[in-house]
Write a new protein. Structure first.
Length: 564
């Protein structure tokens, strides 16, 4: 039976002292918390959760996808990260695709094998444990919870079951069949049905024992190349064998006394920072939360930030990206001048087609380290191609490439695409002589919703004094560019007043209201853990050094926050 996704109950924020995890799935959250209790740190627990979610939510994530992480080191105050996104096959040039009859107007279909890029997640998991982990637990121990979950089986959760069935139907309508490892008797599992994935258990066991070579060489690599080749793709063993993660320094922007950190390009974290920089020019608190004035400014700022991100964001190994200019406050002030309070802007450059289905999760450990992590197949099961006896599907991240020859994100061999997934951290705006103080690990998954979600939940706390759970519960806005109509669509979730929707239409916006039920998934699923209640307007600055962790988990998903 298709349930209606109503928010009929309330949830308190989780409050705890020692360690805290928040993810899309209670079983995954439990596995992450167990790692913390066994002496692992935030990075170890994040990788344990990533692997567990690959088991419980393969319609969103898995070893066949990509990952990004940011890690806050409490001892040094340093924030570093890992770009775990894979590149296109070397043979996949624009000339090659044009030779196959594809053009900018008619690119390969979304689920085509030509959209499979090298999976970056397994290398990211290994490197996260190696570079940022406690070294008290081996990779094998970190992955052991997920291995057991896949081997023994688990009851499928309600929202996951819905998306599992939807993406299976989407693949079938495209003439493709999902591999048997991810089905029960040819069907998507139902809510409460126990699902086992012994093939994925074996893949994770090999990864834990042998590390990156277990995935990028040998049995698994050959199975990936075989399934891609059988379906008309051009990936080779060399494409897989030459993959590695990239250690990154995050980019950041200050907003009213806090600093938001995001991964640099090719991640779209830049879009979240551009959005906040524009919004800083407006008195949002005075506008009232989710009022017509507030949503109007938010929508217009999203359109400006998105047009800049789409024009400039791609693989920095293949293009020069003017980050300093784009993030300069004078530039955002100039961009903000385009916004009129009575009327929507006429012309704004469009973005790419939308995709979704990702998992975001975060961990803060008892030492005060934090790991913000995101893992994704891109569109549900990605390409839907399941390598033989491996237990996971391959992503279709290559669908984000442009086939316009001079575009910054134009497809090329060995290139990383514009990447929608982006985890975030929040600190105080420390000077160069001070270590930054961690305020939160946060993120909202969901394709091009992600930077919009980051801004909205942050503003909910910072401008409107909501706790982390309230910030995630509040109705959201998703601004979407529609290529067919060449229009921007403003999607408003149930809970936004009808009068607000009508006033936005009067100002010239194309509005879709109310979004209800499982269609709420377009607004993403987020997790937040804060250190102290700095968002509480009744707390003085001298009280904000509290060690109490506050956490929230999105009601649009199956997940929860847990702490000890």
């Amino acid at each position: 039976m298709d349930i209606d996704l109503t928010f009929a109950s309330r949830r308190s924020p989780v409050v705890c002292l020692h360690g805290c995890v928040a993810s899309n799935q209670p079983l995954a959250s439990s596995i992450g918390l167990d790692i913390l209790k066994r002496g692992g740190n935030a990075a170890d627990a994040a990788v344990a959760i990533a692997a567990a979610l690959a088991v419980t939510e393969p319609c969103s994530t898995g070893p066949g996808g990509d990952a990004f992480c940011l890690f806050f080191n409490r001892d040094t105050g340093e924030i570093r990260g890992i770009n775990g996104s894979g590149r296109s096959p070397v043979a996949q040039t624009l000339d090659y695709l044009e030779g196959r009859g594809y053009t900018a107007e008619t690119p390969p279909p979304p689920f085509d094998a030509l959209n499979v890029t090298v999976p970056g997640a397994p290398a990211c998991w290994c490197d996260t444990v190696q570079l940022f982990g406690s070294h008290k637990l081996s990779l094998q121990e970190v992955l052991s919870g997920a291995v057991e979950l896949a081997e023994v089986g688990f009851p499928v959760a309600e929202v996951a079951a819905h998306h599992w069935a939807n993406w299976v139907a989407a693949l079938r309508s495209d003439g493709k069949e999902l591999g048997g490892d991810l089905l029960i008797d040819g069907q998507a599992p139902k809510c409460g049905q126990v699902f086992r994935n012994p093939s994925l258990a074996q893949t994770l066991r090999e990864l834990g024992k042998h590390g990156k070579p277990a995935f990028y060489q040998g049995r698994i690599a050959q199975a990936i190349v075989d399934i891609v080749d059988q379906n008309g793709g051009v990936m080779t063993l060399d494409d897989l064998g030459s993959h590695d993660s990239e250690v990154i320094t995050p980019i950041s922007a200050e907003y009213k006394g806090v600093r938001l950190w995001e991964p640099p390009p090719n991640s779209q974290g830049l879009a979240a920072l551009l959005l906040l920089n524009v919004l800083e020019n407006f008195p949002l608190k005075a506008a009232v939360h989710n009022s017509s004035d507030y949503i109007h400014v938010l929508v217009e700022a999203v359109r400006l930030a998105s047009s800049d991100a789409m024009s400039h964001l791609g693989d920095p190994d293949h293009a020069t990206i003017p980050l300093e200019t784009l993030l300069d406050k004078s530039y955002s002030h100039q961009r903000a001048q385009h916004i009129s309070m009575d009327r929507a802007m006429k012309e704004v450059e469009p973005g790419l087609t939308t995709g979704s289905d990702t998992v975001y999760f975060c961990v803060i450990d008892s030492d005060g380290n934090a790991c913000s992590f995101v893992n994704s197949n891109y569109m549900g099961f990605g390409s839907g191609l399941v390598p033989k006896d491996c237990g996971f599907s391959l992503q279709n991240r290559g669908a984000c490439f442009s086939l316009h020859r001079n575009h910054v994100n134009c497809v090329a061999g060995g290139k990383r695409p514009y990447h929608t997934i982006t985890p975030a951290l929040l600190t105080d705006p420390a000077t160069t002589s001070q270590k930054p103080r961690l305020l939160a690990a946060l993120g909202v998954m969901g394709g091009f919703m992600q930077p919009q979600g980051h801004a909205q939940v942050l503003l909910n706390m910072l401008e409107f004094g909501m706790n982390p759970q309230q910030a995630l519960d509040a109705p959201r806005v998703f601004v979407q560019y529609e290529h067919k109509t060449k229009e921007w669509l403003v999607n408003l979730e149930e809970g936004v007043d009808q009068e607000v929707a009508e006033e936005l239409r009067r100002r010239g916006h194309r509005v879709n209201w109310p979004i209800t039920g499982h269609k709420r998934s377009q607004f993403g699923r987020g997790q937040i853990i804060t250190v102290g209640d700095w968002w509480n307007p009744s707390v003085s600055q001298t009280d904000t050094q509290s060690r109490v962790l506050w956490a929230g988990s999105d009601p649009r998903g199956d997940g929860c926050a847990q702490g000890y």
